[in-house]
Design a protein around this ligand. Structure first.
Ligand SMILES: [Zn+2]
Length: 179
């Protein structure tokens, strides 16, 4: 589900059977049951008894998935420039890369392609790019692009942004190898 101005796009990332029930989540599902239920109650005024909430089945997975690291990355990105001098970006990047490469928790939780995974990859790519790990950044952007072009579509600003980022990386790599 993607908002574009006042338009709402619903994109399916797999085939839908006739009469299959389609459901959406009101909130980002990538948090613990307790947090999801609180948010749903605050924002939508109901106590959620969906399958995930009642069984709390994904919570263990979530705790091992380093949710706080993702949140840290999300909050850090807009402030990269401002905090250039003082911050420990390398450590953050290491934690994120570690999460992406070894703990395949998102794929267990969200079968690919899932927009959240795409967005996370994009954020990690931006951090890698910022830290001038250009080859890694390009690789991460490519993975993000594969997901985002399906979940958000070719015309979405995020998709075109990713294409631009990939182009920037290629140009910078060319400059490095010729300089
Ligand atoms: Zn629920």
């Amino acid at each position: 589900m993607v908002f574009e101005g006042t338009k709402l796009h619903l994109r399916a990332v797999r085939d839908i059977k006739p009469e299959e029930e389609l459901t959406i989540s009101y909130i980002e599902t990538l948090s613990l049951t307790e947090d999801r239920q609180r948010q749903l109650e605050d924002q939508y005024h109901f106590i959620c008894h969906c399958q995930h909430c009642d069984s709390q089945d994904k919570d263990g997975l979530m705790l091992s998935g380093g949710e706080s690291t993702w949140r840290l990355l999300k909050e850090a990105l807009p402030r990269l420039e401002a905090l250039k001098a003082e911050s420990n970006w390398q450590t953050l990047l290491q934690s994120c890369s570690h999460l992406l490469s070894t703990v395949d928790v998102y794929r267990q939780y969200y079968p690919d392609p899932h927009p959240v995974h795409g967005v996370q990859l994009m954020r990690v790519g931006k951090l890698q790019h910022y830290l001038e790990h250009i080859e890694d950044a390009l690789d991460t952007f490519k993975q993000a692009y594969q997901i985002i072009k399906l979940t958000h579509g070719d015309d979405h600003p995020m998709t075109t942004d990713l294409l631009m980022k990939m182009e920037e990386c290629r140009t910078e790599m060319d400059q490095q190898s010729s300089g």
